[in-house]
Design a protein around this ligand. Structure first.
Ligand code: SAM
Length: 249
């Protein structure tokens, strides 16, 4: 059996490797109940056919500069918005993905290594916050979601929008996959919480929590932090996935 190595930035390692060699884009996700499933890191790279895939293209109409992409990854959204002449800044916890995002734009997309759980940005400036790819889930739990939405309220202008995607775990069609979330109640956890770690080749990351807030919970927490739901869309191909646009109350 191959030796296992701990790596603090497995996603960044996979992204960098894919960017350089295009040979292995398979990243494995191991859940704390033992289930292992695959994702493709290439999926998070920009391509030529930008759209808010699976959702109404109308979401694009909510985007105004300056845009802050929280957890931008290699730049699937940031790069394409920059190409469309939006002013966009990316933050991510991984310096590797930020380097890729910056390089793709020849250094024109400003990027800052920062956790969405420890934002350190000046108040009052951004008009659009992007949390695509279910990235708002990096808050880990409902308390983190309260904190982030409250902080984003301060970071944004009065006409700002937050565009986010997430999953309603009660609508997941695969019963085995859904059962994990239903079991969260027995574990005294919020239903939409997932504990996992990433693996790329023989590199393993730390265990972490990801939050999938149900649409009603997302809305009520957003309301308490000064946001209102302006649009809600269900993904036509995967009805458990949703997009939400929040504006200031
Ligand atoms: C699944 S990718 C999504 C990237 C992008 N939002 C997209 O939709 O293509 C998740 C990204 O979130 C970043 N990330 C994970 N936890 C984070 C945190 N606490 N703060 C900021 N970024 C984080 C990862 O490094 C990774 O680049």
């Amino acid at each position: 059996m191959a030796e296992r190595h701990f790596h603090h930035d497995v996603f960044g390692l996979a992204a960098l490797s894919w960017n350089e060699s295009k040979s292995n884009d398979k990243i494995m996700i191991e859940r704390d109940d033992g289930l292992v499933y695959a994702d493709r890191v290439s999926h998070y790279f920009p391509d030529d056919s930008f759209e808010f895939k699976g959702y109404r293209e109308g979401l694009l109409k909510y985007i105004q500069s300056p845009v802050l992409d929280i957890g931008c990854g290699p730049g699937r959204y940031a790069y394409n918005l920059w190409k469309k002449r939006f002013s966009v800044m990316g933050i991510d916890i991984s310096r590797r993905v930020l380097q890729i995002c910056s390089d793709l734009s020849s250094g024109e997309i400003p990027v800052v290594q920062m956790s969405i759980n420890r934002l350190g940005l000046a108040a009052g400036h951004f008009r659009t916050i992007l949390a695509m790819g279910h990235n708002i889930g990096a808050v880990g739990d409902l308390i983190g979601l309260h904190k982030l939405l409250g902080e984003l309220h301060c970071l944004c202008s009065s006409d700002a929008k937050i565009l986010l995607t997430s999953v309603d775990v009660t609508q997941i069609p695969d019963a085995t996959y859904r059962a994990y979330f239903l079991n969260n109640k027995l574990r005294n956890r919020y239903i939409g919480q997932e504990t996992m770690r990433l693996r790329y080749g023989n590199h393993f990351g730390e265990w972490f929590n990801w939050l999938f807030a149900a649409p009603d919970d997302m809305e009520s927490i957003a309301n308490r932090q000064g946001w209102t739901v302006e649009e809600f869309a269900i993904n036509a191909k995967s009805p458990e996935k949703y997009a939400m646009v929040l504006g200031k109350l």
